[in-house]
Design a protein around this ligand. Structure first.
Ligand SMILES: Cc1cc2nc3c(=O)[nH]c(=O)nc-3n(C[C@H](O)[C@H](O)[C@H](O)COP(=O)(O)OP(=O)(O)OC[C@H]3O[C@@H](n4cnc5c(N)ncnc54)[C@H](O)[C@@H]3O)c2cc1C
Length: 150
C-alpha cells in the first residue's frame, strides 16, 4: 500500500488523537492535520458529566494530553472550524470558515451527535451534555433552575 502524502483527521477528540498517535508510533513522518469543530484541544468526555460538572475539576484537567505531548506529535491542530463537506475524489474537506484542506488520506473521527427528544428545545431545565462547553454552561446555571427527576 502506498504511503499518503499527508493525513487529515476530522474530529479532534479521543479517536482523532489515537489516530495521529498511532500513525507517529508506526513511523509515519508525513504531514498530519487535525480539524476540530470545537475550539478546544482534545479532552476526555467521561469527566464532563462527573468531575467537571460537579466542579471537582477545572476544565483543563480533562485534557487528554499536555501541550508538550501534542507538540511532540508535530501535527497541526485546526480548531473551532467544523468540516462542512468532503470531496472524496479530490480528498478535500471544506470547512465552515471557508477553508479547503487537502490530504492524501482523510480519516473521519467525528463521533456522534446526540438525538434530542421531540420538543426538547422548549423544555426548561433539560440539557444535552456532549461537549466541554455544554458541561460548563450547565455548571454555571444557578442551582434550582433544573428540575429534579421525579
Ligand atoms: C458527558 C459524557 C460522559 C461520558 N461518560 C463515559 C463513561 O463514563 N464511560 C465511557 O466508557 N464512555 C463515556 N462517554 C463516551 C465517550 O466519551 C465516547 O465514547 C468518546 O468520547 C468517543 O470518542 P470519539 O473520539 O469517537 O468521539 P467524540 O469524543 O464524540 O469526538 C468527536 C469529535 O469530532 C468533532 N466533530 C464533530 N463534527 C465535526 C465536524 N463536522 N468537523 C470537525 N470536527 C467535528 C467533535 O467536536 C468532537 O470533538 C461519555 C460521553 C459523554 C458526552
Amino acid at each position: 500500500m502506498s504511503v499518503p502524502s499527508g493525513v487529515l483527521v476530522v474530529g479532534a477528540s479521543a479517536a482523532g488523537l489515537a489516530t495521529v498517535e498511532a500513525l507517529r508510533r508506526k513511523g509515519y513522518r508525513g504531514e498530519l492535520t487535525v480539524l476540530g469543530a470545537e475550539p478546544h484541544l482534545p479532552y476526555d468526555r467521561p469527566p464532563l458529566s462527573k468531575q467537571v460538572l460537579s466542579g471537582a475539576w477545572e476544565p483543563g484537567r480533562a485534557r487528554l494530553r499536555t501541550e508538550a505531548a501534542l507538540a511532540a506529535l508535530e501535527a497541526e491542530f485546526v480548531l473551532g472550524d467544523p468540516a462542512t463537506g468532503l470531496d472524496v475524489a479530490a480528498r478535500a474537506v471544506s470547512t465552515a470558515s471557508g477553508r479547503v484542506l487537502r490530504a492524501g488520506a482523510v480519516v473521519i473521527t467525528t463521533g456522534l451527535r446526540p438525538r434530542a427528544f421531540p420538543g426538547q428545545d422548549e423544555l426548561a431545565g433539560v440539557h444535552v451534555v456532549r461537549t466541554l462547553d455544554d458541561a460548563l454552561a450547565l455548571r454555571a446555571e444557578p442551582a434550582g433552575t433544573t428540575p429534579r427527576p421525579g
